[in-house]
Design a protein around this ligand. Structure first.
Ligand code: NCD
Length: 305
């Protein structure tokens, strides 16, 4: 595999292979010196046209833990401001000699285009509302570690699914691993069509709460939502927020996940984020291991272990 652009390109075996590789990388991260020189001499550039905290730092940490050199490009402080196109920007960076490009862009399909333009491997780190494959892998890895297996888990993805690339990648990844996904939220924030998607849909969180093994909470992406589609945030929280009261009604061993950035009190209560059910910190920590496994898989040479 040369690029990682979409979970659609990964079958179940490929996903399991990457999760097993992440397990190895997670062991590396637990060592006294959490590094292996597997990608020494390789150069990885992150090309970010949209804001990011976790994803960018996580990829950069992953690259460094594997001994690669890293470069960072953020559109806001670049010649994009002077009008340089995506094509010229990408070609310019490629001329410096790179092995992999990690791309985030507000346009769906931008990483696919970049992959056609350059010889280096391309990883989609979030393209518009389309996909965010490494987020899906790190979520699956995190749940597999906690439960031992993802198969059979009932996962409720709550909130702004319509605008969520995390949900689009997650749905495919979860279902390939044998989990059952239900999308929960206001009808205005549900995808226009879910025909053919391996999901059920409901607007009633309270009704389904006690059946879920995982509540996967999404941020209400105000920057991507037209005003008319969103009830007031208070109203939203009252019906779809993961409050302390709702968390108490979950199964005793049910878990809570969130991809970040979280807006505490808008979609999830602070006590729930910091409580015993929460996998939020694990998701972030595991993100580094999963991205190490992906980078190694795409541009490393030889076997993983
Ligand atoms: C998300 C993203 O940017 O797609 N965050 C992430 O990468 N962990 C989700 C969001 O912005 O709400």
């Amino acid at each position: 595999m040369k690029h990682l652009l979409s979970v659609e390109d990964l079958d179940r075996d490929r996903i399991v292979e990457l999760l097993d590789g992440s397990e190895y990388m997670s062991d590396v991260l637990g060592r006294e010196i959490p590094k292996v020189p597997a990608l020494r001499g390789k150069t990885i550039v992150s090309l970010f046209y949209e804001d990011s905290t976790r994803t960018r730092l996580s990829f950069e940490t992953a690259a460094k833990r594997l001994g690669a050199d890293t470069m960072t490009f953020t559109a806001g402080s670049s010649s994009v401001k002077k009008g340089e196109s995506l094509l010229d920007t990408v070609k310019t960076i490629e001329s410096m000699g790179i092995d992999a490009m990690v791309v985030r862009h507000s346009a769906a399909g931008a990483p696919h285009r970049v992959a056609r333009w350059i010889d280096a491997s391309v990883i989609n780190a979030g393209d518009g509302r389309h996909e965010h494959p490494t987020q899906a892998l790190l979520d699956a890895f995190t749940l597999r570690r906690r439960r031992g297996d993802v198969t059979g888990a009932r996962i409720g993805i709550v909130g702004d699914v319509r605008n969520s690339r995390v949900a689009r990648s997650g749905i495919q990844c979860w279902s390939r691993l044998g989990a059952q996904v239900t999308l929960i939220g206001p009808p205005t924030l549900m995808p226009e069509r879910v025909d053919g998607w391996p999901v059920e849909v409901t607007s009633d969180l309270d009704d389904i709460l006690s059946e879920l093994d995982v509540v996967y909470v999404l941020r209400v992406q105000q920057e991507r939502i037209g005003r008319a589609l969103l009830p007031s945030l208070r109203e939203y929280y009252a019906r779809w927020g993961l409050s302390v009261d709702r968390a108490e009604r979950l199964k005793p061993d049910a878990l809570v996940m969130h991809p970040g950035p979280m807006i505490r009190g808008s979609e999830i209560a602070t006590e729930v984020v910091d409580g015993p059910r929460s996998l939020v910190r694990d998701q972030v920590a595991n993100g580094v291991a999963v991205r190490m496994a992906v980078l190694w898989d795409l541009i490393g040479s030889g076997g993983m272990a």
